[in-house]
Design a protein around this ligand. Structure first.
Ligand code: PLP
Length: 354
């Protein structure tokens, strides 16, 4: 099968003349910037403020940040897109590839909610091919559900809310046989024993891998989602995104944070350790029916009455995520791994539950 990216792209996007910003048009050496109608005097920050001024527009393509990501991820900067959270990467994929009212996408519930919300916002039809009861991909079902208007397939691995990795061979079969774009969401990859798919980009021109700085990297408030793909796909994302989608404060802080790999790795080790402790404590509770294996920084747990337990924990000021209404998730709660103190508090409160 010859892969033809252009055939998947919406006509209005193919023909789009993108906005050309001031910082885009001029690339030479300059010291006086009178091209963008900025405030040349500065930002109204208090005297002695330790943060930089923000009166200038940021780099639209975030090259410094991308070069730093290249060092960490081993993927060339030209193959990286940075979005205002993964949410923006997801939304742009819909806007680039899916004709509203005509095209469709495949999602595999139970999974991350934004794939569906973003489809609804963009008026794109959804075909649901549920995971099997053991939370694996239904490869045959997915390939059978796809038609000539199926543009995207979302695979979340490790999956939210179930916590498991998708079988790698299943993913590879889909990469080789699905005729649209496959988006593998690796938001939790740092906690996983599974190898990332970002090293496979050269082999699969139909692949977009998403990661995020919101989970292991501890930068959820900065809103930094990552897309890794072929240069042709990255070019499309750059053409459609808002010109300055990543603000300067986020770029600068992320640049500093990305120097702290040892700290992040230490946290990952600790979270994985704490997860084992919490899992075995949960196992020993009479009202816990199943603790699902997790490759992420959370645990899905089936209890006798999820709604009642959720309310009980909330009454003790502990918030977890009630997933009982999701497919195959009857009476399931999703619990994020906290600090050792937080986890211990949770365990103590749970042990007092009757
Ligand atoms: C948390 C999460 C994300 C991260 O979203 P951001 O917008 O980058 O914060 C992406 N995908 C999944 C499956 C998640 O659970």
């Amino acid at each position: 099968m010859e892969f033809d990216l252009q055939q998947l792209v919406r006509n209005n996007i193919k023909n789009l003349q993108p906005y050309s910003s001031a910082r885009h048009e001029f690339t030479g050496k300059a010291s006086v910037f009178l091209d963008a109608n900025e405030n040349a005097y500065g930002s109204p920050l208090p005297d002695g403020a330790t943060i930089a001024a923000y009166n200038r527009y940021p780099d639209p393509l975030q090259w410094q940040l991308k070069f730093q990501l290249t060092r960490i991820k081993g993927v060339p900067a030209e193959n990286i897109f940075i979005g205002n959270g993964s949410d923006e990467v997801i939304d742009l994929a819909y806007r680039i590839f899916c004709e509203p009212g005509k095209d469709n996408v495949i999602i595999c519930p139970p999974t991350y909610g934004m794939y569906q919300v973003s489809a609804n916002i963009n008026d794109v039809a959804i075909k649901k091919v549920p995971l099997t009861p053991s939370f694996e991909l239904d490869v045959e079902g997915i390939l059978a559900a796809a038609d000539s208007n199926t543009k995207l397939l979302f695979i979340c691995s490790p999956n939210n809310p179930t916590g498991n990795n998708m079988n790698r061979q299943s993913v590879e079969i889909l990469l080789n046989n699905f005729h649209g774009i496959i988006i593998i969401d690796e938001a939790y990859i740092n906690f996983s024993k599974q190898k990332t798919f970002i090293q496979e980009l050269t082999g699969y021109p139909n692949l977009i891998v998403m990661q995020t700085l919101s989970k292991a990297w501890g930068l959820a408030a900065l809103r930094l989602g990552l897309g890794f793909a072929s240069m042709d796909i990255i070019d499309l994302f750059n053409k459609v995104k808002p010109p300055y989608n990543i603000n300067e404060a986020s770029q600068q802080i992320a640049l500093e944070a990305l120097q702290q790999t040892p700290q992040v790795n230490e946290w990952i080790r600790e979270v994985v350790q704490e997860k084992e402790i919490l899992a075995s404590a949960l196992q020993s509770l009479s009202f816990v029916q199943k603790v699902y294996p997790s490759d992420a920084n959370f645990i899905l747990v089936k209890v006798t009455d999820a709604n009642a337990l959720y309310d009980y924990l909330a009454a003790h000021e502990i918030v977890v995520r009630n997933r009982t209404k999701e497919m195959h998730c009857d009476n399931c709660l999703r619990i994020t791994i906290g600090t050792p103190t937080e986890n211990q508090r949770l365990i103590t409160i749970l042990q007092q539950y009757k």
